[in-house]
Ligand binder design. Structure first.
Ligand code: ATP
Ligand code: MG
Ligand code: MG
Length: 551
């Protein structure tokens, strides 16, 4: 396998290991199960699991499940499947932050006992007002000086369900005038009577992200807690908990910049909105930047890992060109996808000098550069289909496809010459009458050059398939960043077109998720769910052939 590109986190870990700071690294990937994973998560997965692989450590999969209302088993299942599909395996069992609810509760009690946490009754609006702002120090809550005994009693009763949702919170007692607002007595626990997918109705108080995250890292022995830059300002709080609690290990938070991709939104909330409002067919719609959507579109795990590696790991925010994602995908498919022929916009060709009932079978390589991929068989007969765009009646000189009186090579087959055209009542060309040169199979014709090569299928042998053609889901490069325009305004109404393609018969045996290059057309993938149902062939366009990525 390729060695991953160096980055500041890899370098740091190398140095720490060389200095003997620990025996083994432990990282974790901590998704909240409130949606499907997207391409941004792939970057975090590749980084966390990749580091563990490179340094012989482990990477935990931990569901950060502190907001039960928004979470579900469906999301848990999809996340596990997506991580495995990308080619990674978590260390040991799956973890849930909710596994630690008892321990976290105990830590909260410890903080109360040492005078570092208190029960507060300010409502949300008051809380905001007391918190101050970047330019203005906060004010102490009137509940800040409660005695340890009173706090212990109230917290116990919060847990026992004696108070209404939102009536009280537990807060850390740090510093209401700290320049970093995260240190102004942050909330540790809220009362929320919500059924939890893992713990059922055991709890009616739930820990905040900030209180749960670092302690969960410490409990699991995580050495490097890698997260995105928006948590940089939370790091002092992360460290404050680790320093003030009897935690079993000392994890360290390291931030890197999020992956942003143009023509794409990568926010679970917005992706959920696209699904809920029916702009796409589901989380795994092939237009979605979710891993499930990318998979269905025809992306390979290797191409996504390659892309994440190319995107790099830095601390500066930027937007990656989606053309780079397509580039990584194409590079993989160019090498690994077998070739096939499929005509999307057919016009009939009759080879007038080819015998009526004759059928030949050509055995041709599945991949022009890789013999190991084997061979396939192409039937050839008197009537063929070619793409209508490969014929032009009054063609300019540089048109190297088919035109009247000129020759073209049929891919993997003979050279044909267009002798005449048949038109319908409207004057549309509906059929091309051609002759073939029997001496040109696998050979150049005598005494003349034929430049063009076009794809074709034998009409009586062609197999129709539903072909789904996809474009970017958004028409604007930055659908997410315009404050005046809702991102939904930029949804591309032409992001999906469905047509019928006529395939070489070998595609009858394609299995769901098999990928092909339809020669001269693009890369396609048999739909993971619909292909083969009721004997119907369904291919999704993964990406076109032309690479527009500029390094
Ligand atoms: P979203 O904003 O889409 O809801 P999130 O950060 O809330 O994403 P989590 O489930 O908490 O989603 O993410 C799990 C991990 O994936 C976190 O460590 C998070 O930092 C990382 N992650 C999420 N989005 C990206 C991204 N665009 N680039 C890199 N890492 C990401
Ligand atoms: Mg999160
Ligand atoms: Mg989120």
């Amino acid at each position: 396998e390729n060695t991953p590109a160096p980055n500041f986190i890899r370098t740091l870990i190398q140095e720490e290991l060389a200095a003997g700071q620990y025996e083994q690294i432990v990282t974790r990937f901590p998704p909240e199960p409130n949606g499907y994973l997207h391409i941004g998560h792939a970057k975090s997965i590749c980084l966390n699991f990749g580091l563990a692989e490179q340094f012989d450590g482990g990477c935990n999969l931990r569901f950060d499940d502190t907001n039960p209302e928004k979470e579900s088993q469906e999301y848990i299942d999809s996340i596990k499947a997506d991580v495995e599909w990308l080619g990674f395996q978590w260390a040991g069992n799956i973890h849930f932050t909710s596994d630690y609810f008892d321990q976290l509760y105990g830590y909260a009690v410890e903080l109360i006992k040492s005078g570092k946490a208190y029960v507060c009754e300010l409502n949300a609006e008051q809380m905001r007002e007391y918190r101050g702002s970047l330019t203005e120090a906060g004010k102490d809550s009137p509940f800040r000086d409660r005695s340890v005994e009173e706090n212990l009693d109230l917290f116990e009763r919060m847990r026992a369900g004696e108070f209404d949702d939102g009536a009280k919170v537990l807060r850390a007692k740090i510093d209401m005038s700290a320049p970093n607002i995260n240190l102004r007595d942050p909330i540790l626990y809220r009362i929320r009577r919500a059924h939890h997918h893992q713990t059922g109705d055991k709890w009616c108080i739930y820990p905040s992200y900030d209180f749960a995250h670092g302690q969960s890292d410490a409990i699991e022995g995580v050495t490097h807690s890698i997260c995105t830059l928006e948590f940089e300002d939370h790091r002092p709080l992360y460290n404050w908990f680790i320093e003030n609690l009897p935690v079993p290990s000392q994890p360290k938070q390291i931030e890197f910049s999020r992956l942003n991709l143009n023509y794409t939104v990568t926010s679970k909330r917005k992706l959920k909105q696209l699904v809920d409002e029916g702009h796409v067919a589901g989380w795994d719609d092939p237009r979605m930047p979710t891993l499930a959507g990318l998979r269905r579109r025809g992306y390979t795990p290797a191409s996504l890992r390659k892309f994440c590696d190319m995107a790099g790991v830095t601390r500066s925010d930027g937007v990656v060109d989606v053309a780079m994602l397509y580039h990584a995908l194409r590079a993989d498919l160019e090498e690994n996808a077998p070739r096939a022929m499929c005509v999307l916009n057919p016009i009939k060709v009759t080879i007038t000098n080819y015998p009526e009932d004759q059928v030949e079978e050509f055995t041709v390589p599945s991949h022009p550069a890789n013999e190991a991929m084997g061979e396939r068989t192409l039937p050839f007969s008197r009537t063929l289909l070619i793409d209508a765009e490969d014929f032009m009646e009054d063609a300019p000189k540089k048109f190297f496809r088919l035109t009247q009186g000129k020759e073209v090579r049929l891919r993997n087959s003979y050279v044909i010459k267009c002798e005449d055209v048949v038109k319908d009542e409207q004057g549309e060309v509906v059929e091309l009458l051609c002759t073939y040169d029997p001496e040109t199979l696998g050979k150049n014709p005598e005494g003349r050059k034929v430049k063009g090569v076009i794809h074709w299928v034998s009409e009586p042998h062609a197999v129709p398939a539903e072909v789904r053609l996809y474009e970017n889901l958004f028409t604007d490069p930055n659908p997410d960043s315009n404050k005046e325009v809702d991102f939904l305004e930029y949804v591309n109404p032409e992001s999906l077109a469905v047509t019928t393609g006529y395939c070489e018969p070998g595609l009858l045996t394609a299995a769901p998720e098999d990928r092909f290059q339809f020669e001269r057309v693009g890369y396609f993938c048999a739909d993971r769910f619909d292909h083969g149902k009721d004997d119907k062939l369904v291919f999704n366009k993964t990406v076109g052939l032309k690479d527009s990525w500029a390094k």
